[in-house]
Design a protein around this ligand. Structure first.
Ligand code: FEO
Length: 164
């Protein structure tokens, strides 16, 4: 059984994960429009991963006899100034998700909800990986600058990302 404020916080996080999926999907569409199929694929798979994160919250709320309440999703941006802006926004967003998971963690500790605390450990660890992978791409894009040949090879490399 979930405390009311924990149920509400889990629902908010479910919505944040779905918004992440929506943002990454829009970023993927932008990369398709810029003829960058490797970046587009990477972002599309990232979007799918965010849906999986959201569904973990969906299942956990149900497993704990809570009630899932879906929120309206904001429209994501559909245009970006540059590829670097896409990944800088993604990095800002992942940092915001990490903070939100941290706040949720504090709330469950405060409620002595140890089942939720143990379950959230996976997300705390996952966020380290999320920030690292997006941060590496931001770093690579800064080094590349406007060198089209290097961008071509990075696009090829990102195309190799496997699902899951
Ligand atoms: Fe599920 Fe990238 O946060």
């Amino acid at each position: 059984m979930l405390a009311e404020r924990i149920e509400a916080a889990l629902n908010r996080q479910l919505a944040m994960e779905l918004r992440s999926a929506y943002d990454y999907l829009s970023m993927s569409a932008y990369c398709e429009s810029q003829s960058l199929p490797g970046f587009a694929r990477w972002l599309r798979l990232q979007s799918q991963e965010e849906v999986e994160h959201a569904m973990k919250f969906f299942d956990f709320i149900n497993d704990r006899e809570g009630r899932v309440r879906l929120e309206a999703l904001e429209q994501p941006p559909h245009d970006y100034a540059s590829l670097l802006e896409v990944f800088e926004l993604a990095l800002d967003h992942e940092r915001a998700v990490s903070r939100a998971i941290g706040d949720l963690y504090s709330a469950v500790v405060d409620e002595h909800d140890y089942a939720s605390q143990a379950w959230l450990d996976w997300f705390a660890t996952e966020q380290v990986e999320e920030e690292k992978s997006v941060g590496h791409i931001v770093g690579a894009l800064k080094r590349i600058g406007d060198r089209g040949d290097a961008l071509f090879f990075l696009d090829k490399e990102l195309a190799d990302r496997s699902a899951g």
